[in-house]
Structure formats: C-alpha cells, structure tokens
Design a protein around this ligand. Structure first.
Ligand code: NAP
Ligand code: MG
Length: 402
C-alpha cells in the first residue's frame, strides 16, 4: 500500500506515563502503517524536561509557531512527590501553561459522543463545547503565605512613577494572599476566537463570569466580549441564526442541566478547567473528550483533555494488563493531521483523519471498548479489551475502510 505523504512537518510533543505508552502504540498501529509520518519530535517527558531545564518545552512551542500545528501527549506537572520520584532539579511549571502562555488563545473541549454511552444528564442530546481561556488568572499568579500580622496591599507603579494602592486585607493572624492578572489583548483574542468558532460550527455562544462579585476584573471580561460582539459579530450571528448569551457562572451551572446541548460555552481559565472535567465525566468519560488550543495568530495545538493516567501506568509497570482508553489521544492525532491536511491542501491526509475517527467510534459501537466505557455503556454485547487490544481492534476496523 502507498503510504500517505506529508509536505509540512507536524510538531509532535511526547509526554509521560501511560499516555506515553499509548502514544507509541497509536503511532505503530494506527499511523505509520498508513502515513509516511513527517513530524518534528520534541520529548516533553519529565526526564527530558529536567535534562534540558525545560528548554524543550519552549523549543516545542516555538516549533508550533513555526509550523502552525502540533499534537501533544499528556505530561506530568511536577509537584513535590514527583520531584522526589524523578529526582528533579526543580519544580517545573505545567508544560501546558508554558505553551499556552506562548501561543495565547483559547482551548476548545468537546465530548466525543458514541452510541451506547448516554450522558448522565438525560436532557443532553448534543455535545457542549467548552471554550476555556488559556491565559492568566490563577495560572500565572503570584502568591504569598502570611505568617505575621500586617497589611497586604495591591500596589501598581505606572511607568511615569505614579503609584496606586489598594488595601487587600489587614492581617491580625496568619493567612494567604494571591495576585493575578489578565490582559485586554488576550481577552479580546479569546472573545474573537469564541465568536469565530461559534460561527464556524453554527452554534450559540454562551459566556459566563462572576461580574456581580468581581466587578472590575470579571467586569472587564464581560465588557470586552460585549464590545467585540456588538462591533464585529452581531450581524454575522443574526445571519447565521445563532445567539450570543451572557450570564453568571452559577446560573450556567443550573441552566446546563436543563438544556439539550449543542452550544459553545466560553469560560475563564479556572472555570473552564473545572467545568470541562465535569462535562466530560457527565458525557461519559474523561477519555472521551477532545481538546484543541486555537491561537489568534493561527496556531493549533491538539491534545487529550485527560492526564497521564498515573494509576494505570503503575499497573503497567508491575506487568499487569491495563485497559486504558486511547480515544482522546487518537482524536488529538486525527485533529492535528486533519488540520495539517487542510492547511497543506492535502485532502488524502484529512480524509485519513476522518476514517480513523470513524473506525474508532465504529469499533466502540460494535461493543469493543476499554474498561472505563464498559462501566457506562448500555450496549448488550460488550467486550472489555486491553489498552493494546482496543487499538488493534480499531486497526482492524480501519483496514476495512482503507
Ligand atoms: P488523569 O491522568 O486524567 O487520570 C485520573 C483518572 O481518570 C484515572 O486514574 C482514571 O481513573 C481516569 N482516566 C483518565 N484518563 C483515562 C483514560 N484515558 N482511560 C481510562 N481512564 C482514564 O489525572 P491524574 O491521575 O490526576 O493526573 C496524572 C498526571 O497527569 C499528573 O501528574 C498531572 O500533572 C497530569 N495531567 C496532565 C494533563 C495534560 O498534560 N494535559 C492534564 C491533567 C493532568 P481510574 O484510575 O479510576 O481508572
Ligand atoms: Mg484540569
């Protein structure tokens, strides 16, 4: 068989633990047999990040800016336990945080729906896509532990030397403080990404913050969205027959349960982090959620929404058979390959991505799935496969489509 050629390299970021194992399996079984895979490889595994003082993460993000499209494996964000486990020189920042800070933009996360797996919320019929702002707030914070009584202040020193102060709190005992920020430019590009994405998929856009409490900070988000909507998108939304709807984050939590789905929900960084895990679990599984970072500069980074599945990895290391779901990681690859294909006018590559997704879903709908889905699938005849067994079953289905 002639393997599909790629003109421009895809930036490949390898990762950690169970997802690193899955990464190699996907390449061996589902990609290289069909594609003459042209990737620029960056090893973001924790060991190599430590060896390079995390330079590899920065190099990978730069390559993403050079070529436009990347695919990323889940990676460990080290904490103290990980520092000990891997003998790290220091506690590195989250690679996703570093990459997002460099690329800017918005992370869109959508559940992968399959027959036989019904959302917990019976009302939900269509996917709900979460658009998570990928810059700033608590992810780029400055924190302090307060041990003695004293006054905490917000101090802003303008370039001309003018100082503005605001009291945060007068401490009489121990406590904590935190400073966070965001940029109008980043919020504007977040808003534009969301409005543009909603138009592209012809779905309503919801946006929520807590501007009743955070009148200035969240109020800024609300005002920027409103301004950009009025000035650039209102007419196009009307034409497309979709709406832009702003409400409070707690109101969204309530409305979500009574709605059919089929819309894009834009959220601030932290809200998006929490809500995307809630939605993916409620739609079925963390492993059935796609994730793509869309930067306003036209860069795309595809990944799975879940982590490195540490518990399964330790089973794998102990020689036990694992049944880890590879669907989100497969869809990270297909998303990236399709986008690469679209940008290069390589329709064969884009068509392959469609086929691989179709093969993956058909395999699950035929009853062959991993343990996490066995628990929630209402199919009558279902078979639990191992991590590799499932990937091989997808390959079998794929071969019937090629
Ligand atoms: P996790 O890897 O997402 O796994 C949490 C649990 O969810 C697993 O123990 C497993 O449940 C279930 N699960 C997640 N993905 C699954 C899959 N593909 N198939 C089957 N079950 C799956 O989160 P974590 O264990 O909290 O974090 C592990 C590491 O991942 C951490 O070091 C964290 O820093 C990192 N992380 C990375 C990213 C990223 O790179 N994007 C995101 C989040 C976390 P059961 O154990 O019950 O089977
Ligand atoms: Mg998260």
């Amino acid at each position: 068989m002639n393997r599909i050629k790629m003109t421009t390299p895809l930036v490949e970021m390898d990762g950690d633990e169970m997802t690193r194992i899955i990464w190699q399996m996907i390449k061996d079984e589902l990609l290289t047999p069909y594609i003459d895979l042209n990737t620029e490889y960056y090893d973001l595994g924790l060991k190599h990040r430590d060896e390079t003082d995390d330079q590899v993460t920065i190099d990978a993000a730069n390559a993403n800016m050079k070529y436009g499209v990347s695919v990323k494996c889940a990676t460990i964000t080290p904490n103290l336990a990980r520092q000990e486990e891997y003998g790290l020189k220091r506690l590195y920042k989250s690679p996703n945080g570093t990459i997002r800070a460099m690329l800017d933009g918005t992370v869109f996360r959508a559940p992968i729906l399959v027959k036989g797996i019904s959302p917990v919320v019976r009302k939900w019929k269509k996917p709900i896509t979460i658009a998570r702002h990928a810059y700033g707030d608590v992810y780029k914070n400055s924190e302090m532990k307060i041990d003695v009584p004293g006054k905490a202040e917000l101090v802003f020193t303008a370039q001309d030397g003018t100082v503005t102060r605001k009291t945060i709190f007068e401490f009489t005992g121990p406590g904590v403080i935190q400073g966070i920020h965001n940029l109008d430019a980043s919020i504007e590009s977040f808003a534009r990404s969301c409005f543009t994405y909603a138009l592209a998929v012809k779905q309503d856009l919801w946006f929520a913050t807590k501007d009743t409490i955070s009148k200035i900070y969240d109020g800024d988000f609300k005002a920027i969205f409103e301004k950009i909507y009025e000035e650039e998108f209102r007419d196009r939304f009307n034409e497309a027959g979709i709406i832009y709807f702003y409400t409070l984050i707690d109101d969204v939590a309530a409305r979500l349960m009574k709605n059919e789905g089929g819309f894009v929900l834009a959220l601030k960084n932290y809200d998006g982090d929490v809500q995307s895990d809630m939605l993916s679990s409620a739609f079925g599984s963390l492993a059935m959620m796609t994730s793509v970072l869309v930067s306003p500069h036209g860069y795309f980074e595809y990944e799975a929404a879940h982590g490195t599945v540490q518990r399964h990895y330790y089973k794998h290391l102990a020689g036990e058979t694992t049944s880890t779901n590879s669907v989100a990681t497969i869809f990270a690859w297909t998303g990236a390959l399709r986008k690469r294909g679209e940008l290069d006018g390589n329709s064969e590559l884009a068509a392959f991505a469609d086929k691989l997704e179709h093969a993956t879903l058909t395999t699950i709908e035929s009853g062959k799935m991993t343990g996490d889905l066995i628990l929630i699938s209402d199919l009558e005849n279902k078979e639990k496969l191992s991590t590799l067994g499932f990937i091989k079953a997808v390959r079998e289905t794929l071969d019937t489509l090629m």
